[in-house]
Design a binder for this molecule. Structure first.
Ligand SMILES: [Zn+2]
Ligand SMILES: [Zn+2]
Length: 71
């Protein structure tokens, strides 16, 4: 599987990881805070998506802000 083609989706209803608001499966934007409901870093430099636990972009190496750069 090529990592740069991975898409991230909510697979079931749950709570937004940013604001705790209720989001239904396959929602791309939380209705409450309008962010992607799963915390994922979105690299401002190369636009790749990394997991929230990553300290820096897996592709270009840019260091993420601790509470920023989320999708
Ligand atoms: Zn939210
Ligand atoms: Zn990057």
């Amino acid at each position: 599987m090529k990592r740069d083609t991975v898409t991230y989706n909510l697979t079931s209803d749950g709570a937004c990881e940013h604001c705790g608001g209720y989001v239904v499966a396959e929602t791309k934007r939380c209705p409450q805070c309008s962010k992607f409901p799963i915390k994922l870093h979105h690299c401002p430099k190369c636009k790749n998506v990394s997991g929230a636990s990553e300290a820096k972009c897996w592709k270009c190496g840019r260091v993420f802000m601790p509470e920023g750069d989320y999708l």
